[in-house]
Write a protein that binds this ligand. Structure first.
Ligand SMILES: [Zn+2]
Length: 256
């Protein structure tokens, strides 16, 4: 099984190996760890060497940290993209809910990183919250795209919109939250070949662990909920999402 979005570097350095081992014991053989910006970019880049096989990384500046993406960090980011196991640019996007960085900075950082990913032939890991029109407009001018809209919450119409751009749909543990009909709709609507499952750990722990520190081992609970919505077996869902992950992230990229 694959956890296609887990912030392993947000666990204590001493804890990481145990968290990974626990996930592996639960059948999780591949994990994708996205960076969020200046504070963890180098740390995430080193993670495959630290933790070994099955750990892949995405490097980029999250919208919360968009203001910090200056020319120095742009150079560092570009340099790190050639490191081993770097399979995507991420996580990048727009978050107008928190607006930790001003909108203008977010739009600039998002556009620059989308262009960077296209120049490198890398897929993108996308974050979006309360910025849907700007998100679609920014993506729409850069089709076709490769990547995933992670922890997707935009329902049926949203799935159709991002899939038209060539993007996969990432379903998180929110699918188990009683009020999250939008997420369950998305899980049903997504094309079988464009669907991924993720934990977003340490955030968004699924029911019955809601409110606790989330763990990549619990991606099984997400997969079970998605399988239920799609009326598939867990085994079928696992095989499909493992294959989708490989299709999107594990094909060799040509470089700039
Ligand atoms: Zn994330």
């Amino acid at each position: 099984m694959t956890d296609s979005h887990v912030h392993l570097t947000m666990f204590d350095a001493k804890e990481r190996k145990a968290v990974l081992r626990q996930a592996q014991e639960a059948g999780v053989t591949r994990l994708l760890v996205p960076a969020t910006g200046a504070e963890d970019l180098e740390e995430v880049a080193h993670l495959p060497q630290e933790l070994g096989e099955g750990v892949f990384v995405a490097l980029g500046f999250h919208p919360h940290q968009a203001s910090q993406l200056d020319s120095g960090w742009k150079k560092r980011l570009e340099r790190l993209l050639s490191w081993p196991q770097v399979v995507a640019v991420g996580e990048i996007g727009l978050d107008f809910f928190y607006c930790h960085s001003p909108k203008e900075d977010q739009l600039k950082a998002f556009s620059w990183q989308l262009d960077l990913a296209q120049a490198w032939g890398l897929p993108v890991v996308l974050h979006q919250r309360q910025a849907w029109p700007d998100f679609l407009a920014t993506l729409g001018s850069r089709q076709p795209l490769r990547g995933v809209a992670h922890s997707f919450t935009e329902g049926t119409a949203g799935v159709r919109a991002v899939q038209q751009f060539g993007l996969f749909v990432g379903i998180s543990g929110m699918i188990t939250f009683p009020k999250a009909n939008n997420v369950r709709e998305a899980a049903r609507e997504a094309e079988a070949t464009m669907l991924l499952v993720e934990t977003d750990a340490p955030y968004l722990a699924p029911v019955p662990h809601r409110g606790k520190t989330n763990h990549p081992a619990w991606v099984r609970l997400v997969a079970e909920a998605v399988a239920r919505e799609r009326q598939m077996t867990l085994e079928e869902l696992e095989a499909q999402t493992d294959e989708n992950f490989a299709q999107l992230f594990l094909h060799p990229t040509p470089g700039p």
